[in-house]
Design a binder for this molecule. Sequence first.
Ligand code: ADE
Ligand code: ZN
Length: 320
Amino acid sequence: MKSLPKVELHLHLEGAAPPALIRDLAGQKRMDIAGIFDAGGAYTYKDFNDFLRVYDAVTNVLNTPADYARLLTEVLHKSAEDGVVYTEVFIAPAFCGGGDLHAWRDYLAAMQETAAWVEKTAGITSRAVATVLRHLGPDNARATARCAQETAGGWLTGFGMAGMETFGKPADFRWSFDAAREAGLGLTCHAGEWGGPDSVRQAWRDLGVSRIGHGVRAIEDPALVRDLAEAGVTLECCPGSNIALGIYPNWTSHPVARLADAGCRVTISTDDPPFFHTDLPREYDHLADAFGWTEAEFSAMNGFAIDAAFCDRPTKDRVG
Ligand code: ADE
Ligand code: ZN
């Protein structure tokens, strides 16, 4: 599975931080990060709320543009080793200078330069998705949207929302998504992970996104599954993440195969790989074991992914 060319649409940069990098930076900065690692040195958390706490602690350590540049270098190299030819990284301006536009410009410039260098030297193409943290509320989302608006184009081509799906409702964030759309950014929103089909329908209808992050709980409403399939909405499925967080008990019960069979545009991503002890080849291996998927299925999904990618046509033709 490692050698198969892959496209990944849903990878949180902060959530992909290798524990060794966070330990190293925390040591240099003399920051206390007790309580986020288990005895084996991996991230540990009790539930999704606790996951968000550990995630916050990780991002506290990443507090300069140079830290983000180093993080991006490590993450893109790991993806390239795993056979990923194109990836989209979700980055929260709220973590990169607290939503301040000047600070965000500095972080983004450092990452854009890194992405260009890694593309040249390791052959992996990437784009960034500025990401709202839903549980920080609509005002915070507006600050993120302003950052995204002012820096759209170049490496930053998408706008999305992650965080606690049960906080508020998608329509509360409409202003931010409208602003991002007007700036020419592609739109995606996490839904159907902690929320059910209504949450997916609202994110899709009220925010006008072309992609849904996860989206898997749409399976609970057959009419919604039909509508998503007919409309060609792309699902950024991250099955290993869902299983690690306890949304589904195991691979065979995960709805990803049923969604694909129903005609949905299913794509496969890792979400926050070190938190879930996964990477993309491992996801593919599990899916092959659970559902008998072969190269043909994975190639079709990678085709959906490149179609839905937030990059221009020449880039799609080159990497697809
Ligand atoms: N941010 C990072 N990972 C996430 C997930 N699985 N759900 C919502 N927000 C996230
Ligand atoms: Zn996610």
